[in-house]
Design a protein. Structure first.
Length: 182
């Protein structure tokens, strides 16, 4: 069993940038169970992270909460385009899982098409990252948004923030770009 078994959908059923989902579908070479792979901080198989090189590139967002919102949109929301990561109930959440989320390479072609983001303390991405987090603290709140991060979301037109996860500074950065906050 490989790390790919932590996902709900197979890459072949997932639309994405030309070629990367079919060319790189392979079981983890380690043959270890998923918890061992995550605990060993193994990177996801190439099926779930596009290669970074001449023909493909990845978005590098400095804001981790922003990256989680993008992953929520691409992995869990309606019309998701990436396979959804599912944490096994037997695996204790912690630093290796957070490291995996932080290191996950988001394909530019998919992030370029993101038009809406939803910041919620009950999002599936946050639940998978830490199923015991109840949303009581500001650990995943967005304190600031830098231009470099927002430049990588060229199609973003609307952000919903029902749980007030965006600081006044982050709201100002979005509004300055003409992005609606609902």
């Amino acid at each position: 069993m490989g790390l790919r078994d932590l996902f709900r959908r197979t890459p072949s059923a997932t639309p994405g940038p030309e070629g990367w989902q079919d060319e790189h579908v392979a079981e983890s070479a380690s043959g270890a169970d998923p918890s061992a792979a995550v605990l060993a901080q193994e990177q996801p198989s190439a099926a779930y992270a596009p290669p970074v090189g001449e023909n493909a590139s990845a978005v590098r967002l400095r804001s981790f909460p922003l990256k989680l919102a993008v992953m929520q949109r691409l992995m869990y929301d309606e019309g998701a385009t990436l396979p959804a990561f599912t944490m096994p109930a037997s695996l204790h959440p912690g630093a290796p899982v957070e490291d995996w989320f932080r290191g996950y390479q988001l394909p530019v072609a998919l992030v370029d098409a993101v038009t809406t983001l939803h910041f919620s303390r009950t999002s599936e991405a946050l639940r998978q990252l830490d199923p015991h987090w109840g949303g009581q603290d500001a650990r995943f709140d967005v304190e600031e948004l830098i231009d470099r991060d927002l430049d990588q979301l060229p199609a973003l037109v609307e952000v919903s923030d029902p749980d007030d996860m965006l600081s006044p500074s982050a709201r100002g950065a979005l509004l300055a770009r003409g992005i609606r906050i609902v």
